[in-house]
Write a protein that binds this ligand. Sequence first.
Ligand code: MN
Length: 741
Amino acid sequence: MKSSNTTIPLEKLIEQLPENYSVADRELVQRAFHVAEEAHREQKRHSGEPYINHCIAVAGILSELKVPPEVIAAGLLHDTVEDTTVTLADIRRDFGDTVKILVDGVTKLTHLPRVSRGDQHAENNNNGHETEEVPIQPALLGRKEDIVSETLRKTFLAMGEDVRVVLIKLADRLHNMRTLGHMPEHKRKRIAQETLDIFAPLANRLGIWQIKWELEDLGFRYVNPEKYKEIAELLTEKRPDREAQLEVIKENLQKLLEKNNIKAEISGRPKHIYSIYKKMQKKGKAFDMVMDVRAVRLIVPDVPACYSALGVIHTTWRPIPGEFDDYIAAPKDNFYQSLHTAVFYEDKRPLEIQIRTNEMHLNAEYGIAAHWRYKEGTKHADKNYEQRINSLRSMMEWRSDVNDAAEFVESMRSDVFQDRVYIFTPRGDIIDLPAGSTPIDFAYHVHTDIGHCCRGARVNGKLVPLYQELKTGDQVEVLTAKRGAPSRDWLNPNLGLVRTQRARSKIKVWFKKQEDEQNLAQGRETLERELQRLGLNDINFEKLARDLNYKSPDEMFIELGNGDLSISKIIKQFSQEQQAEEIFEISPSHTPATSTNAIEVVGLKGMLSTMARCCNPMPGDQVVGFITRGRGATIHRQDCPNILQTKDRERLLQVGWGQVERTYPVPIKIKAYDRQGLVSDISNLLSDESINIADVKVNVNRSIADLRLIIEVKDLTQLSRILARIENLPNVMEAHRTNPG
Ligand code: MN
């Protein structure tokens, strides 16, 4: 049963859709609405509203960006797969591949344990759809921050893959921020801070001013409520006066431009609370000083008109030095274009002016999403979009190799969201770097090897220390050593020698490679020595590595060298692979031995056991172990009256008969400085391992003892262990297997 109030939001949504949508487009959105509405029917937001209102709001924000209908449909459905019984297969069946891919993309971004979620989601409610527990991926277990980092890492990677997914995520975040007041208080600040740190810069990077400013103001409102309130109140108070002043300024400007035959649309530029705050911080000025600055925006028909307007303005009022920026000739790295200037207006107070074309304006407001505002097939717009997508991809390129989520996010925060400086190479090429970069950062940016070999730098012809911060316009020449290596100091954040995550990652890779090479050599040596000791030749390392799940023998050696892999694990793998018969080719002089304790009781590993006198169990009988005080375990038949009657049930132990074990005679040689008790130590050790000695020859020459034994072992693992234990006895120099005969 549809409740009557659900039709109203649907109508509202349909009204908001871009006008150029066809009947089929509208129908797709309507269907998505009905599926989402049905799926979320029993869920409520923290505000108590029906959950579907959130989906509609997200779709509404996306409508303003004029994205294609599939993106709006995916916006409506964005929480269904995660929080309801709707599956991806359902979505593909009903809405096609594109919508499915988009919903899947958004779900993957949020498919993480509930604790980490910045989003506002319905808590489990008693009626209807219980939201299922989200399985935690083992790799993501750990600190909450790690999980958050992982979500962000995925968001950024998605940005390079399919920017539409990120648009949905941003719309989702924006609505969650608009309704943040309904969230429990302790969560508000964290979510707001994350919005300021990550999502607003993300919107900025995509050039979507419309979403960026609102995320910033909402974020600031919860991170610093007092300051927010203060600025907001001052703004309201001054508004009538400001607006009156602006009206006059606009009129004057309009007349001035008309006189010079320049058509322009002039608007007052709204100031946002967070940007006012940042300006106050940056310039250390009070509110009045910042707000004293009036700001207008001119939209003119074409690029030449931008410059003509600028010329007229500069000849009428005196420009303020250092305030002119030509972002038309040199766009910002989020593709923003405009002319910026500031002049002393008639009242001798500053007036900020932005001049741009209509197309630049759409780009500035909607960034990457401006693409969809142009009529289809507009070549220029498509090219612009492709450029943006390519720049996002190349920005993500080297980062996709960074597996550590925290490091990845840090790299975005420091390298991508920060302001940039533009540096010249000696040849005059321009390289852009995050603000705060040093000559070493620059060197790594030019080429990894130049980074490694960087020993000094000249900035604008003068030698400078390597920690010097570079400024826009600096010309940097890197001084290199012929054969150089990075220094550990470079990674010390206190020294400030390296600021970009990109350089940092490259230095870390270099050190890791050095370590790997050392570990590789050591691991190889360890393994070769052990194999020699066991008398094994012609080992296929390729196969051995594969069997142990390594991509290459080198990888296996490295892990062995750094201790992540033990030699005994390799030997164990090896003895599983190869038949004992092959390893211990039985020489004709020895008949296969039958083990002395041919029958062992399974389940009592390493524990002394005796057969019970009362019931005399025989191999094949059903048996049970009984833990005695001080004598290990006694083996009884399961039907033994003593067992059936015992009250100490907890002392019973499940056991079974083992297999008759086969052993193999192996000749070994031991070299030692002779001492008293050496032979008996060795034989004790062997009997401790239940190894039978088939033959012993002892030869002492100038106090060097040469022992030759034939021992009967079960397998390689046992042989390896026993040789290692013998070598650890006092005075023993070496113990290894010899050739039979
Ligand atoms: Mn959501």
